[in-house]
Design a protein around this ligand. Structure first.
Ligand code: HEC
Length: 436
């Protein structure tokens, strides 16, 4: 209230008040050659869009950030404008978007591809992938052989999209089985079609990228194993842009110098029991696990396709107290990412972790890929659904690792059993952590 009043009293202008907000929160995506449809790095463009800037920020449609702000479970890199910033943008639009004093031009900030410095290994797509000017979105997997001299631990990765307007998001998997190579060989041209997963159960999932996200560093003391002869499978979701594009994206890997001191576990809440009637606007999928030992939750990776709307992750503590750990109220497949907590969330032994997802398979859901809606089950296609909430956890006491691993294995077996093993693909569940 007070900030709103203050913003209304000060005459808000572009150069002193608005430009710093846009530079800080918007221009990573809103400038030439980036994913957003127009630039916001100059007065003329900002003025032209002043009203919609005020509207889309007030509704929190922009900047895109899907997870709710939960006190006590704050997420790293949260894109969120403060109340004062929202009020400034609203006041500026209301008062005719004045330019303010002409300030000396700041030199444009080049974004380095590798903000963490040169990667230890850069994996590049073997050849450029052509994206047509129009048509459907494309989900393509590319096989990038590692051929390392020795097995490694990955502590961080950074993704450098080639055709930045066209690359909407990317997922990275590890495949030690050679299945990706077979799929690739069976289809003409670079890579092969795949959606959500690489088309089979990968050895591990490394993570993902969506526009506006920088490098991803694994939580302190943890790292992902990478066998020397494994392949990295890069799945890219391409948007068509109205002009033909050629994409040559790169993935930079940073290796840990020493083996990790903490073992990272994927506490996977997931279900294959999905059978959504056509027209059902509030179909629920739930799963839970009781933690046998105390853990620190470091991050969370949600996964579903286009029908999912709401996602919640709860903890019920042994005391009976319930805590909301993660929430998305308007899931958008296009804005997937790995979330990390700003500080680890310690959960005691015997905490029940739960996921509760809500799907909208009605015609009113603008993201529904089937028109008219049809019955939807679990599966890897765009028109199928999935449900996974993957908490990244480390045991609070390292000696508890075996007990945690055993519980997670048991859960994985039940998960696979429940689906009748009809499908070949499944979300990466438990990584038995092979020592490289
Ligand atoms: C992570 C990338 C990203 C960031 C950061 C971002 N935008 Fe966007 N913005 C997009 C994309 C992509 C679109 C077009 C697709 C869409 O509307 O979702 C868009 C669309 C828009 C639109 C048009 C919406 C419409 O309905 O036509 C406005 C206005 C806008 N952004 C303003 C902003 C402002 C203001 C900020 C900063 C406070 C911001 N954006 C930050 C990616 C971004």
């Amino acid at each position: 209230m007070i900030v709103t009043l203050l913003a209304a009293l000060v005459l808000v202008d572009y150069s002193r008040h608005v430009e710093p907000i846009l530079t800080r929160h918007c221009v990573t995506c809103h400038r030439a050659g980036q994913v957003a449809p127009f630039a916001l790095d100059n007065y003329a463009e900002a003025r032209k869009h002043a009203r919609s800037i005020a509207a889309v920020t007030a509704s929190r449609y922009m900047p895109p950030w899907k997870a709710s702000h939960l006190p006590g479970a704050e997420l790293l890199g949260e894109r969120r404008l403060s109340a004062a910033e929202l009020a400034t943008l609203a006041a500026w639009a209301r008062t005719g978007a004045p330019p303010g004093p002409v300030l000396p031009l700041k030199p444009a900030q080049p974004t380095p591809d590798w903000e963490l410095g040169p990667p230890d290994l850069i994996l590049e797509m073997p050849e450029a992938f052509p994206v047509a000017a129009s048509g459907e979105d494309i989900y393509q997997c590319f096989v990038l052989p590692l051929a390392l001299a020795q097995s490694r631990w990955v502590r961080a990765f950074a993704f450098a999209p080639g055709a930045r307007r066209a690359v909407h998001h990317a997922l990275f998997f590890v495949d030690s089985s050679g299945t990706g190579r077979q799929r690739d060989a069976a289809e003409p041209g670079p890579g092969y079609r795949c959606f959500g997963l690489p088309g089979f159960l990968p050895t591990a999932s490394l993570g993902g990228w969506s526009p506006g996200n920088g490098a991803y560093e694994m939580p302190e003391g943890t790292a992902q194993p990478l066998r020397k002869n494994a392949d990295v499978i890069l799945q890219i979701h391409y948007h068509v842009t109205g002009a033909p594009q050629r994409d040559l994206s790169r993935l930079g890997l940073y290796f840990a110098k020493t083996p990790p001191t903490r073992q990272l576990y994927d506490v996977a809440l997931a279900s294959r029991q999905i059978d959504i009637p056509a027209g059902d606007a509030a179909y629920r999928v739930r799963d839970s696990i009781t933690l046998p030992v105390a853990v620190d939750l470091l991050g969370v990776i949600p996964h579903a396709h286009y029908l999912a709307k709401q996602m919640r992750g709860w903890a019920t503590l042994p005391s009976g107290q319930r805590r909301l750990l993660f929430e998305v109220l308007d899931w958008d497949f296009n804005w997937q990412q790995n979330y990390r907590y700003t500080k680890p969330l310690r959960l005691p032994a015997d905490t029940r972790l739960e996921m509760d997802f809500v799907y909208d398979n009605s015609a009113r859901n603008p993201r529904n890929p089937s028109r008219p809606p049809r019955r939807v089950g679990w599966g890897p296609e765009t028109t199928d659904e999935m449900a996974g909430l993957h908490f990244q956890a480390v045991p609070a006491n390292p000696e508890d690792a075996a007990e945690l691993a055993q519980t997670l294995w048991g859960k994985l077996i039940r998960f696979l059993g429940a689906g009748g093993l009809r499908h070949t693909g499944t979300q990466h569940e438990v990584d038995p952590r092979p020592q490289p």
